[in-house]
Structure formats: structure tokens, C-alpha cells
Design a protein around this ligand. Structure first.
Ligand SMILES: Nc1ncnc2c1ncn2[C@@H]1O[C@H](COP(=O)(O)OP(=O)(O)OP(=O)(O)O)[C@@H](O)[C@H]1O
Ligand SMILES: [Mg+2]
Length: 379
């Protein structure tokens, strides 16, 4: 398989030397069981590379188990990783497999490994070296066959110097290190990624693809992308969702990412201070603001109607019913508006509404809003 074929198989977009080199290293080590450490800023594609590594290995038919070491409370991490026996601690009402066992035969992806508590690092190292471990509260060892991929956005060498990361574990992990460069250091990929995200988003949402002006692409190239590829993806999706015509221009991006004046003078790329989260937050704020206005309008309509038709002798029971009904119709209207605002994209609509996508799906079913969505040309 060529580098290009590999990239298209695993959705790794990029034509820069940096990406090509990384992909060819990845192809070389994919088939072995060697531990790989993936290092890079947030949003650079560490998970994309981890998936490709697993996908290209002989373990591809088995599980790829991802563990976010930073998201699990320290007290629980050991039993989450290695499992536990029934009654081994308060709350351990059943025996349970840990991630190591769940990944048996496959790959264990230890994400944010830099967040792993020192106490557990010793146990992890032992498990990596011997492929065996003790479940919490167990008397016998458990053996597994797993391939380890670890990822972090931290400089582990520096963490070792600060004594926050064990040196022996660091040496064990870093045998093969894939250092993914930030997007601002491979601007040559921005063009390709931009078109890729436009195409994907429009296909997923079944909407026509907008054109993008050369100026707009240049504008994207000048920005420094602190949130890297994730930020680029979000920015493009938001720009498409909010644009009113079929061409993405500089104006489409101007309110989402702002390049400081001085830096437009070519060779002085300024550090930009807006993170991907901030961009998203701004968009959500805007959408919420508009939604709030809509709800106020709706409330006024409901109140006006109620004033015009005084209901005689309403009992408490009926009153509940009435308000329950108007709540429901307000909720339905809010959902329809959010869906329209999001051009039928349910994920975006759920963000606007501040509810989970699953809840949104349930409510769409409940209120039977399907037609509105297809009318809107949504997903
Ligand atoms: N080379 C790439 N080609 C196409 N899409 C990419 C590429 N790299 C990253 N992405 C996309 O960018 C987003 C972020 O990627 P990913 O989750 O892999 O980043 P990450 O480095 O794991 O971030 P974090 O440190 O925040 O966990 C995802 O939507 C991913 O699909
Ligand atoms: Mg990640």
C-alpha cells in the first residue's frame, strides 16, 4: 500500500512532508506489537493516528479500547484498568473486567497518559512489561495480549524532569514516538483539509456544497489555529451552518476567527488567542441569544391567547394540564426553530438547545417533527 492509499483508507488528510513522514513511520510499525507514543497539541489528530495504527495492525478485528486517563478519578483508575473482584472495595458488588482484559487480543489506547497518577504508573509499567497484572482484590494474576498506544499533549520529558512522570515508564513508552506537528506548522495542509471538511459536512447533512473564495482560504491559512484541526473543522461547519449563500467568503469566517491586523502583513504570524472551545462557545451564545428572543416571542403569543380566552373555573388539576400543554408546544416550537437554525443538522441543533443529541432524537420522535427536518433538507 502506498502512503496515499493508506491515508485515504484511514482518513488522514494532508500533503505536507510532516504528515507523509508520520504516515510512513506509522505504516512501518503498524504490524508489530511495539508500543507507540503519540504526542501533539490538542486537536492535531492523535486519535486519528491511533485508530489508523490499530486498523492497519493484525489486531484490527479485535477491540480498540480507549481510556482517557485524565477523565477517570484517581481512586477508580486502577480498577477501571485492571478490573476487580467482587467485594474488593465498597461498591464492588460484582466482579468486573478492566480495560486491559477488554482489549485482550486487540489494542489498548491510553489517552492523556500524562495525567496518570504516579502511584498507578508503577503498576502500569509492570503490566506493560509482563503482560500480566492483578485485578483489584484478586489473588491470582491475569494474563492478556494487548498492544499499547499512548497519547499525550504534554511534554513527557519535561514532566519527568518535574518528577510528575516516571522515567522508566517514559522510556518504555517512547520507543516509537509519533510527534504530530501543530497545524500552524504545516499550513500547506489547510487547503486540503478545508475542502475535505466542507465535502464531509455537506454530504452528512445532505446539503449542496458551497464554493469557497481563494481569499477565504488565504484567510484560513493566516490564522494560527491554537485548537488545530478540530478548530478548523468546527469553524468550517459553523461557517456553513450560518452562511446564507452558496459561497464561503472571508466574511463567513470573520466573526469566527479574527486575525490581528499587524499579522496580515505577511511574515509576522501573531499568536492567536482564541481556542476552539471559545469559538464554539461564541457561536452557541449567539444561537442561544436568538433562541431566547424566539422563546420570549412565543411566551407573549401564549399569554396573549390566554388573555383573550379566559378559562372559567380552572381547577388545579386542569391548570397543570394547560401549562403542561403550553410547555410542550413551546418545547416543540423551540426544537423546530433550533433545527431550522441548524439547517437540519441535529447535532448542531442539540448544541443550540443545550440537550444531548439522544434527547433531541427522542423529542423529535415524541413530537413527530420528522417532516420539518426533511422539509429543511436536514440529515
Ligand atoms: N489528518 C487529519 N485528517 C482529517 N481529519 C483529521 C486529521 N487530524 C485530525 N482530524 C480531525 O480533527 C479532529 C480532532 O482530531 P483528534 O480527536 O484525533 O485530535 P486529538 O489530537 O486526539 O485531540 P485531543 O488532544 O483534544 O484529544 C477530529 O474530528 C479528527 O477527525
Ligand atoms: Mg484525543
Amino acid at each position: 500500500m502506498t502512503v496515499e492509499e493508506f491515508q485515504s483508507k484511514f482518513g488522514i488528510i494532508g500533503k505536507s512532508r510532516e504528515i507523509k513522514d508520520l504516515v510512513s513511520v506509522l505504516m512501518q510499525v503498524a504490524e508489530s506489537d511495539i508500543t507507540v507514543l503519540i504526542n501533539g497539541e490538542s486537536g492535531t489528530g492523535k486519535e486519528v493516528f491511533a485508530r489508523a495504527l490499530h486498523g492497519a495492525s493484525r489486531r484490527t478485528g479485535k477491540n480498540l479500547v480507549s481510556v482517557n486517563c485524565g477523565a477517570i478519578p484517581e481512586g477508580l483508575l486502577e480498577s477501571e484498568l485492571f478490573g476487580h473482584e467482587k467485594g474488593s472495595f465498597t461498591g464492588a458488588t460484582d466482579k468486573r473486567k478492566g480495560y486491559f482484559e477488554l482489549a485482550d487480543g486487540g489494542t489498548l489506547f491510553l489517552d492523556e497518559i500524562g495525567e496518570m497518577p504516579l502511584t498507578l504508573q508503577v503498576k502500569l509499567l509492570r503490566a506493560l512489561e509482563t503482560k500480566e497484572f492483578m485485578k483489584v482484590g484478586a489473588e491470582r494474576i491475569t494474563k492478556v495480549d494487548v498492544r499499547i498506544i499512548a497519547a499525550t499533549n504534554k511534554d513527557l520529558q519535561a514532566e519527568v524532569e518535574k518528577r510528575r512522570f516516571r522515567e522508566d515508564l517514559y522510556f518504555r513508552l517512547k520507543a516509537v514516538t509519533l510527534q504530530i506537528p501543530p497545524l500552524r506548522k504545516r499550513k500547506g495542509d489547510i487547503d486540503l483539509l478545508t475542502h475535505y471538511f466542507i465535502r464531509n459536512y455537506c454530504t452528512d447533512n445532505d446539503i449542496p456544497e458551497p464554493d469557497i473564495t481563494p481569499d477565504a482560504v488565504n484567510y484560513l491559512r493566516e490564522y494560527s489555529w491554537p485548537g488545530n484541526i478540530r478548530e478548523l473543522k468546527n469553524t468550517i461547519e459553523t461557517a456553513i451552518a450560518m452562511s446564507r449563500n452558496s459561497v464561503l467568503s472571508v466574511e463567513s469566517f470573520y466573526h469566527l476567527i479574527r486575525i490581528p491586523e499587524q499579522s496580515s502583513s505577511r511574515n509576522l504570524p501573531m499568536p492567536l488567542n482564541k481556542s476552539a472551545e471559545e469559538v464554539e462557545r461564541e457561536f452557541i451564545k449567539l444561537a442561544l441569544f436568538e433562541l431566547k428572543k424566539d422563546i420570549m416571542d412565543l411566551k407573549n403569543i401564549v399569554l396573549e391567547t390566554a388573555e383573550r380566552k379566559p378559562v372559567p373555573d380552572v381547577r388545579v388539576h386542569d391548570e397543570n394540564e394547560v401549562s403542561d400543554m403550553s410547555m410542550k408546544s413551546a418545547e416543540k416550537a423551540a426544537i423546530i426553530r433550533a433545527l431550522r437554525k441548524a439547517k437540519g443538522n441535529r447535532r448542531l441543533a442539540s448544541v443550540i438547545l443545550g440537550i444531548s443529541e439522544r434527547t433531541l432524537y427522542r423529542k423529535i420522535e415524541e413530537y413527530d417533527i420528522k417532516e420539518v427536518i426533511s422539509d429543511q433538507g436536514g440529515s
